[in-house]
Ligand binder design. Structure first.
Ligand code: DQA
Length: 144
């Protein structure tokens, strides 16, 4: 069975209570449960993780490259400035794995600083603006 890694950056553990007008009222636990259930429907396995620590996220990406895992990544605020995370994403995609950058909101319709992603150029693709369904769309694509 194909394994897919779903990685989440800072503050995404606060989904549900964090700015619900922007990120919706579904919690992080709802996100994890929804992805596990969709994965079993699609016949793939998912591991869903979240960290507020940039170094930890980078380690997880290195492990994805070493273990040949496709990745769904919501880099959260790191999207906009972390060249270290970008380089780790490039390690994954240049190892031949797919990496889909996802966002719950549409960063392009928000503050100016969110319009720039330093990740997108090294991602396989980007899905943004569909709430927690952004992850489901990415999972369906990787399960193909
Ligand atoms: C986000 C968008 C980012 O700008 C923000 O910093 C986040 C969440 C999203 O999923 O919409 O933390 O990645």
């Amino acid at each position: 069975m194909k394994n897919i890694l779903v990685l989440n950056g800072p503050n995404l553990n606060r989904l549900g209570s964090r700015e619900p007008d922007v990120y919706g009222s579904a919690t992080y636990e709802d996100l994890v449960a929804g992805l596990i259930s969709l994965a079993s429907e699609l016949g793939v396995a998912v591991e869903v993780k979240q960290t507020n620590d940039e170094a930890e996220l980078i380690e997880w990406l290195h492990n994805a490259a070493d273990n040949k895992l496709d990745v769904i990544l919501n880099p959260a605020a790191f999207t906009h400035y972390s060249y270290a995370l970008r380089d780790a994403c490039a390690i994954v995609t240049s190892a031949g794995m797919k990496l889909i950058e996802v966002h719950i909101s549409n960063p392009h319709s928000r503050e100016e600083f969110r319009h720039k992603s330093v990740i997108s150029a090294v991602a396989t693709g980007v899905i943004a603006g569909f709430g927690q369904d952004s992850y489901a769309l990415a999972l369906r694509q990787l399960a193909h």
